[in-house]
Design a protein around this ligand. Structure first.
Ligand SMILES: *[C@@H]1O[C@H](CO)[C@@H](O)[C@H](O)[C@H]1NC(C)=O
Ligand SMILES: *[C@@H]1O[C@H](CO)[C@@H](O)[C@H](O)[C@H]1NC(C)=O
Ligand SMILES: *[C@@H]1O[C@H](CO)[C@@H](O)[C@H](O)[C@H]1NC(C)=O
Ligand SMILES: *[C@@H]1O[C@H](CO)[C@@H](O)[C@H](O)[C@H]1NC(C)=O
Ligand SMILES: *[C@@H]1O[C@H](CO)[C@@H](O)[C@H](O)[C@H]1NC(C)=O
Ligand SMILES: *[C@@H]1O[C@H](CO)[C@@H](O)[C@H](O)[C@H]1NC(C)=O
Ligand SMILES: *[C@@H]1O[C@H](CO)[C@@H](O)[C@H](O)[C@H]1NC(C)=O
Ligand SMILES: *[C@@H]1O[C@H](CO)[C@@H](O)[C@H](O)[C@H]1NC(C)=O
Ligand SMILES: *[C@@H]1O[C@H](CO)[C@@H](O)[C@H](O)[C@H]1NC(C)=O
Length: 480
């Protein structure tokens, strides 16, 4: 360990904090004031991690900021508030990058198809809720989403595994050798939402292409609607990692709900949606409270995994919005998950930092902090107000009718496959990371440090999340 002195100070502070835990958030789901107070305390703590200079949360991954933009937008929509509207609008534009495609230059050494997909769906939320652009952009929300979709679908790979998207986007990333459900599920969901919004049949073709591959590859089991994590390209996708995560299922569930709605309630999509809902109930809830058993039972949830239940809660909300008949199955789960999530929020200075574990439901905080935890608990509580969503607009009812199905579809350009910037060296990254870490620590008064595990104090690069390769780090080096 390079910084023993600092770490011993942090250790002392952590013990100090442990003794100053305030009350957990007591949530009375039938009392509007209680719900608003819980939400306000959760968003307040989340915003402690906000960096207004680069429109991202510190100490987490880029995709979690994208997912949190949906959460903050939900906050304003569901509670009739415009606290975060401008911030979300600015962040959605800033993070799209100069080509408006959610491939900003600072993500070249990290970009996952899933990251881009999450941001694409956040832009789609803005389009569907008819969010005003605070500074009018040359691209509409829809076009940002179309651009992300075009970049992703341009990387569809028929050479290996007879189709499918790889996890990460570029050959110089270690996740390029892995095909993941999250990347394919988000491509499927984006296609479904674009199909519903624009009524262009090309998107529906993609819905079927991704769905058919997801089931034929064995990533989605059409018998019991398990969604397995993925498989390596080297084996032609024959060695599927069967670990199951709530967010993999969640992104497919949302896509199925949009297709159910888009097809005016077809049996085909109803059956698939019902399948995902049954599986979510059997695998990702315990006594009605959402959980991710794969990491929660072993207490090993990493930074990515702390945000998974937030995506699951969003999928419950999306299913209820787009397929109202699912409400009688899903709303009871929201009613039991929300107070459990709130009770898990009793950490840190504020006494309202949220932990990962909700399902033990005994009013204890599990000692972890982070953007992912805040985001997940916030969505659990906000979905109590799912009935307050306005109806979702389409292109013809939107106040911004700009649409371009070929936006950023130039997949032969350098944007997709080549970058001329040399990768940062290990030393550079360690040093910069440590400074970031230190300033974040000073800025946030210690509420961030606990999730930062790397011995040099930098936030680890994204970790391959399959169970078999859990500790394999993405070293972000050129391996081509
Ligand atoms: C708007 O949200 C903020 C932060 O969540 C909260 O403090 C404020 O009370 C809310 N205002 C209204 C009118 O609900
Ligand atoms: C790029 O797009 C063209 C036309 O859509 C397609 O034929 C080609 O396979 C794509 N290339 C790659 C590398 O995905
Ligand atoms: C799909 O699910 C069914 C029912 O749980 C199970 O019997 C079958 O083995 C699963 N298929 C695969 C390929 O895992
Ligand atoms: C991958 O599997 C498919 C279907 O089983 C097969 O047609 C193809 O030749 C295999 N490719 C490689 C590189 O093994
Ligand atoms: C589609 O979604 C709208 C809400 O945006 C809802 O009112 C409508 O009932 C849904 N359609 C079906 C078939 O459930
Ligand atoms: C809360 O519940 C969990 C799981 O049952 C248990 O491990 C933990 O000790 C409990 N904590 C308290 C303070 O009761
Ligand atoms: C888009 O909106 C503009 C301004 O409201 C209008 O002039 C134009 O006709 C619309 N285009 C389409 C294709 O509806
Ligand atoms: C749509 O996007 C393509 C590719 O970025 C661009 O060449 C074209 O001019 C755009 N079309 C419109 C109508 O903006
Ligand atoms: C906030 O963003 C700015 C601009 O990108 C960056 O220089 C700074 O390091 C960030 N702060 C933290 C704490 O990450």
């Amino acid at each position: 360990m390079k910084y023993p002195f600092l770490f011993s100070i942090l250790y002392v502070i952590s013990i100090y904090l442990a003794f100053f835990q305030a009350q957990a958030i007591q949530l009375d789901i039938n009392d509007d004031d209680s719900v608003r107070n819980a939400v306000s305390s959760m968003t307040g703590e989340l915003m402690n991690y906000w960096n207004g200079s680069d429109y991202k949360f510190v100490a987490s991954y880029w995709w979690v900021t994208g997912a949190s933009m949906t959460a903050l937008l939900n906050n304003d929509i569901l509670f009739g508030n415009n606290t975060y509207t401008d911030l979300v609008s600015e962040s959605l534009l800033y993070n799209a990058g100069s080509d408006h495609d959610y491939q900003p230059s600072d993500e070249y050494f990290n970009l996952g198809n899933d990251d881009q997909g999450i941001w694409g769906t956040a832009a789609m939320d803005a389009a569907e809720l008819d969010l005003k652009q605070v500074k009018s952009s040359t691209a509409s929300w829809l076009e940002l989403s179309q651009a992300a979709f075009n970049r992703m679908s341009g990387r569809w790979d028929n050479v290996n595994c007879e189709g499918g998207l790889r996890w990460q986007a570029f050959p110089w990333l270690s996740g390029y050798s892995y095909k993941s459900s999250i990347s394919n599920g988000l491509l499927f969901q984006l296609a479904a939402r674009l199909a519903r919004f624009t009524h262009e049949s090309s998107y529906e073709d993609w819905v079927h292409r991704v769905w058919d591959w997801s089931t034929s590859s064995g990533f989605v089991n059409e018998t019991d609607f398990s969604v397995y994590d993925g498989s390596s390209v080297a084996t032609n996708c024959t060695d599927i990692d069967h670990s199951q995560w709530s967010y993999n299922l969640g992104v497919y569930m949302t896509g199925a709900a949009y297709m159910y709605n888009h097809t005016q309630g077809s049996d085909l999509w109803k059956n698939r949606l019902d399948g995902f809902i049954s599986h979510a109930i059997s695998s990702f809830t315990k006594d009605g409270v959402a959980w991710d058993p794969q990491c929660e039972t072993s207490n090993t949830c990493n930074i990515d995994q702390t945000a998974f239940k937030g995506i699951l809660m969003q999928s419950f909300g999306n299913a209820i919005r787009l397929a109202p008949y699912t409400r009688n199955k899903l709303y009871p789960l929201i009613k039991t998950s929300a107070p459990a999530a709130a009770l898990a929020c009793s950490g840190g200075y504020s006494g309202s930092s949220c932990g990962v574990h909700w399902s033990w439901n005994n009013g204890t905080w599990d000692g972890t902090y982070g953007v992912g935890q805040q985001f997940s608990a916030l969505e659990a509580v906000q979905m109590l107000y799912v009935d307050k969503y306005p109806s979702i607009v389409t292109l013809s009812s939107s106040s911004d009718n700009r649409s371009n199905a070929t936006y950023a579809s130039d997949n032969s350009s350098t944007k997709n496959y080549e970058v001329n910037v040399p990768p940062a060296t290990e030393a550079d990254r360690g040093g910069a990371g440590f400074l970031t870490f230190l300033s974040a620590f000073l800025l946030l008064g210690a509420s961030v440090w606990a999730i930062i595990e790397d011995e040099e104090g930098n936030i680890p690069s994204r970790i391959h999340r399959s169970s078999s390769q859990k500790d394999e780090k993405d070293e972000n080096v050129m391996n081509v």
